[in-house]
Ligand binder design. Structure first.
Ligand code: ARG
Length: 462
């Protein structure tokens, strides 16, 4: 059975059918397709195409189809062009000629937009809820090691000491923006395209607002040609997903490093690591590596549709069928990676003494010294030079910051004051970073409390 064919003298060739068919992937949309068609049956009743009784027959046949479609055998031997054709064929098997009315004033161009929107809305909701769980985990990790100090890095060289909580909150910010992006994408997805027809608007006087309400959409699209030719709403989600993956990938890279023997700060749970078939001692961070790897894959998904859309003439073109596989993959990978990172955060342990020692032994405190000199009246450029010379002298003589006494310091440069020796402790200089957004303990604890309050807000909207 086909939804077209009258004007053709012969049917499609076997190779064309095989090449163009989409059922093997768009069957994922069957739930959305059926739900959308049930709402459409109600709309057809409202414009007088179906009687109440016909509508009821069709709606309950769709209910049966929905139940049956959860069993794999439902698709046995199905050679339909796409999921929309399959659903109508099955509907016809149940309701006979009545099924011929279901496509009145409807095009697959709007139907596919509707189905994808319904499906994607659900996926976004699951990803949002996983992302909120992950935000909560970041805050839990910040609280668990509330006083832990780590060296913050630039160029992957120890730069300045920061609180572990400050580091966790940096990711909290990034992932909160990702949540916002997902929500923005959802708002663009959450509009009813039905009523647009193939491209020119349906010839039947549907109450589009009523259909939108029926399907829980926040509103309706405004232009039928736009609906037929647009996949921005898919791209918006894929961009949000790509940026979330980017952030996940960077977090994974950090933790792969931090859990390595070289850093030794972190211990990953046995349950999320794997061993080597040859080297008995290995404990590899495969879960994190795979998330980092899948980031490339998700970007590929996004890029593939981005490029597909470029240069398509208005309005619908069959090229657009190529949106689905990357979209499905992108949503699946994002949810999978969020689930996996939750598994990692649940079992990760910070050996707080190791990064604290790294911050103490290195010259991460050099900026604190230079700034203290500047505060005491030495022009910063001079202060920078003095602190730099102190570092060089210490490196040459094998001295750690904690090895310096107040007397030695003042002897080294008269600009130093004896009390400045306490800045050799990373926790000391940190206190001066009280600017909003800084790592001073008072600011971090405020920021943590503010983040916990935002999290409550996110929970209420998920
Ligand atoms: N399988 C098509 C897609 O995914 C559905 C729309 C088909 N429309 C058409 N005019 N051939 O885009």
């Amino acid at each position: 059975m086909k939804l077209w064919g009258g004007r053709f003298e012969t049917g499609p060739s076997e190779v064309f059918e095989r090449f163009s068919g989409s059922l093997h992937f768009d069957r994922k949309l069957i739930g959305a397709d059926i739900r959308g068609s049930q709402a459409f049956a109600r709309a057809l009743e409202n414009v007088g195409i179906l009687t109440a009784e016909e509508r009821a027959t069709l709606v309950s046949a769709f209910d049966e189809l929905l139940r049956e479609s959860s069993i794999a055998a439902f698709y046995d031997g199905a050679t339909d062009e796409d999921v929309h054709t399959l659903v109508i064929r099955k509907l016809k098997e149940k309701t006979g000629g009545l099924a011929d009315k279901i496509h009145t004033g409807r095009s697959r161009n709007e139907q596919v937009s509707l189905d994808v929107r319904l499906w994607l809305r659900g996926e976004i909701d699951s990803c949002r809820s996983l992302l909120v769980d992950f935000l909560e985990e970041l805050l839990r990790l910040a609280r668990t090691y509330e006083t832990a100090v780590i060296p913050g890095y630039t160029h992957l060289r120890r730069a300045q000491p920061v609180l572990w909580g400050h580091y966790c909150l940096a990711y909290f910010e990034m992932f909160s923006r990702d949540l916002e992006r997902l929500e923005q994408a959802r708002a663009r997805v959450n509009l009813l395209p039905l009523g647009s027809g193939a491209l020119a608007g349906s010839g039947f006087p549907f109450d589009r607002e009523a259909i939108a309400k029926d399907l829980d959409f926040a509103g309706i699209t405004r232009n039928s040609m736009d609906v037929s030719g647009d996949r921005d709403f898919v791209l918006d989600f894929m961009y949000a997903a790509s940026t979330t993956m980017l952030h996940l990938s960077r977090l994974c890279e950090d933790w792969i490093l931090y859990s390595s023997e070289e850093f030794g700060w972190m211990e990953l749970g046995d349950g999320v690591t794997s061993g080597s078939s040859l080297m008995p001692q290995k404990k590899n961070p495969d879960s994190l590596e795979l998330i980092r790897g899948k980031c490339g894959r998700v970007w590929g998904d996004f890029n593939s549709l981005y490029v597909t859309m470029k240069g398509l003439p208005m309005t619908y073109n069959r090229d657009m069928q190529e949106d689905k596989e990357p979209l499905f993959d992108c949503a699946y990978q994002l949810a999978g990676c969020l689930e996996m990172i939750l598994g990692v955060t649940a079992t990760v342990k910070l050996h707080a003494a190791v990064p604290a020692a790294a911050a103490e032994e290195s010259w991460a405190v050099a900026t604190d010294l230079a700034e203290a000199l500047a505060k005491a009246g030495t022009p910063f450029h001079q202060a920078h030079k003095i602190a730099g010379r102190l570092v060089l002298e210490s490196l040459n003589s094998g001295k750690k910051p904690a090895d310096w006494t107040a007397e030695e310091l003042v002897k080294f440069a008269p600009e130093f004051r004896p009390e400045m020796v306490k800045l050799m402790q990373p926790t000391e200089g940190m206190k001066s970073r009280q600017v909003v957004g800084g790592t001073a303990p008072v600011r971090v604890s405020e920021a943590l409390a503010a983040a916990e309050a935002s999290l409550l807000g996110y929970r209420n909207t998920v």
